[in-house]
Design a protein around this ligand. Sequence first.
Ligand SMILES: NC(=O)c1ccc[n+]([C@@H]2O[C@H](COP(=O)([O-])OP(=O)(O)OC[C@H]3O[C@@H](n4cnc5c(N)ncnc54)[C@H](O)[C@@H]3O)[C@@H](O)[C@H]2O)c1
Length: 271
Amino acid sequence: MGTLEGRSAIVTGGATGLGRAFVQALAGQGADVTFCDLVAETQDIAAEIASAAQAQAGEGRAGKVQGIVADVSKLDDLKRLTDAATSAFSGVDLLVNNAGRWRQTPVTDAYDKAVADWDYIMDTNLMGVLLLSRLCVPLLIERGGGDIVNISTYYVLPAKSPGTNSPDTDLYNASKWALNGFTQAWSRSLADHSIRVNALCMGAVDTAMLRGLWDGDPPQDLAATWMQPEQIATLLLDLLADGRSGENIGAWVGEPVQLGPRKPAHRTVTG
Ligand SMILES: NC(=O)c1ccc[n+]([C@@H]2O[C@H](COP(=O)([O-])OP(=O)(O)OC[C@H]3O[C@@H](n4cnc5c(N)ncnc54)[C@H](O)[C@@H]3O)[C@@H](O)[C@H]2O)c1
């Protein structure tokens, strides 16, 4: 029997990359998963992930997977997403805020571009997290507790990542730093409802987002060492099993991808 059997999960940006690996790993452990993405083929992708999850579950029962076309920055889309999860799987126990965008935004750019970039990045990376989490919190409380996992980046763990804030992605960096605020505040304010809130903060992972930086042709040394989405998905499962809250969990290229010991409260932000 999978460790997540009977649980209902929502994953944003689940059609590809890290999100897809999260959906498959959760379903492989028996969770019923509703994911959203911008791409039109979400239903076909859901069927592919469900069959991969069943292969992974072997003799066990993989969870069901449904894919919804929804933009996390649009409240009506998010209401459809949560409605789909609650009507198909009678509630929500777990939210993975994974959908994220990245774009070069040099501070010397023209004002108009900067404003357009702000909307492009913040609407997904921050507003989407805010809106969907606000919708899900009452649903998690209804189930007696659960988990919210925000997908961040190792940039926010300066104690171990000196100088890694890329200079030309100020808005992306700011969006991920701001996620810290959500993670830290929510972990405290939701503790009485048995809702745990953490963030996964990775270095380079082999996905379309990162390959896009080099037009699909990444430097060989990086391509030989970067992490795979499945490793981060296993880290997510470990985190859910562990039950800690309020932590930024780091994962670095060239190091074992593992949860590590629990951090004292005053060190959860800096890693
Ligand atoms: N790949 C890395 O090295 C890396 C490292 C640290 C953090 N991250 C974070 O991990 C998350 C996933 O990144 P990835 O590398 O898998 O990216 P990706 O671009 O490969 O996949 C992101 C998915 O999210 C979807 N998406 C984007 N905007 C959306 C929106 N508004 N509504 C719904 N879906 C939307 C995309 O269509 C895509 O399917 C992001 O939050 C990213 O910032 C990635």
